[in-house]
Design a binder for this molecule. Structure first.
Ligand SMILES: Nc1ncnc2c1ncn2[C@@H]1O[C@H](COP(=O)(O)OP(=O)(O)O)[C@@H](O)[C@H]1O
Ligand SMILES: [Mg+2]
Length: 342
């Protein structure tokens, strides 16, 4: 159980839980604002490595100052427990959003571009996030993205890293954590090989794929099966799962999902600029950016009109021209012929 008061923070309710932390909403009684408090779940309270990870998480995230990254206020110890006090982010996680169905292509691109922007900041500090996935992204009511959870973050300062023993054992002894995370891992992560910021770009590719198509690119019944697919399987383009996905989104997604690191996007900035460019090409009113409008494709665009004209007059001249544009012909026909069925 979490205490009711932690320093001058009054705990209000639980906000969420992942594989390695529990997050609570609390009131800062000095500054009179809401904050989020992260602590270890009961099962990890006695785990020294997990305690250390929480402190590393706070230290990594505290270095970052970016509108798309959840801000850290402080890290404190109370009794024998560690807590991270951070900005409370109102909204829903991206996984909750995706559960309602795929996002419109423009929205998917916008969210991915904001995450890429955050990753540019993360990588510029020599940090690899290593856990980019929909559960670790919150979308605010105004559409602003906040990247959370630096629980697996690694401070590499420009060098490639191999998993260090402490993190690997913490990560892989928790079966649920690996099942939850495996679909978003890069091949080098799944192989426990050295990795750098380009691993996060692969994870962002899996997230974009899921936003656009509604399904993650690598699925399976266990972590081993998913990891094997991450390493060996080339997924179909997202447009094969959702026909509203434009070719540009397919292209960006598959480039981010290149198995070979050197064929992938080489930096978060490069990926961000492709995402933004494509987003700006898709105007909000472009029907392909609103797949929920149920717009038929050209091949399926057929409308049968039965027109009964009781006037005994020759067909009005406007009819031929109007038929070229059904949205115009409907009001026009309602003026002249007596009955129209479509
Ligand atoms: N700053 C925050 N504001 C609001 N909700 C949060 C915040 N941080 C985390 N959450 C919620 O708590 C969940 C778990 O937090 P997270 O840091 O991802 O824990 P874990 O390390 O266990 O995965 C998130 O998916 C989100 O729903
Ligand atoms: Mg998490």
């Amino acid at each position: 159980m979490i205490p009711e008061m932690i320093s001058h923070y009054r705990v209000i309710c639980k906000l969420g839980q992942g594989g390695m932390g529990e997050v609570y909403l609390a009131e800062d009684t000095k500054l009179h604002r809401k904050v989020a408090i992260k602590s270890l779940p009961a099962k990890l309270l006695m785990d020294k490595k997990a305690q250390k990870r929480l402190v590393i998480e706070a230290q990594a995230a505290a270095q970052l100052d970016h509108p798309n990254i959840c801000a850290i206020h402080e890290q404190l110890e109370e009794g024998d427990r560690s807590f991270i006090i951070m900005q409370y982010v109102e909204g829903e996680t991206l996984s909750e959003r995706i559960r309602r169905g795929p996002l419109a292509p423009r929205e998917s691109l916008d969210i991915a571009a904001q995450i890429a922007d955050a990753l540019a900041e993360v990588h510029s500090h020599g940090i690899v996030h290593r856990d980019i996935k929909p559960q670790n992204i919150i979308i605010t009511p105004l559409g602003r993205v906040k990247v959370l959870d630096f629980g697996l973050a690694k401070i590499v300062r420009g060098e490639s890293v191999s998993e260090n023993a402490g993190v690997t054992s913490l990560w892989f002894t928790d079966f649920e954590a690996i099942v939850g995370t495996a679909p978003y891992m890069s091949p080098e992560q799944a192989m426990h090989a050295a990795l750098d910021g380009r691993s996060d770009l692969f994870s962002l590719g899996t997230l974009l794929y899921e936003c656009a198509s509604g399904k993650p690119p690598f699925c399976g019944c266990c972590a081993a099966e998913i990891c094997s697919k991450v390493i060996h399987l080339d997924p179909p383009p997202p447009s094969q799962l959702n026909r509203w996905v434009p070719p540009g989104v397919d292209r960006i997604t598959l480039k981010a999902l290149e198995k070979r690191v050197e064929l992938r996007y080489q930096s978060a900035v490069e990926l961000m600029s492709d995402l933004r460019e494509m987003r700006d090409i898709l105007q909000p009113e472009d029907p392909s950016s609103h797949h929920d409008l149920l717009r038929p494709t050209a091949a399926q665009s057929a409308i049968a009109l039965t027109i009964t004209d009781d006037s005994q007059q020759p067909p009005p001249a406007f009819l031929g021209a109007a038929l070229r544009d059904v949205s115009w012909v409907m009001p026009a026909l309602s003026r002249s012929p007596q009955s129209v069925t479509a």
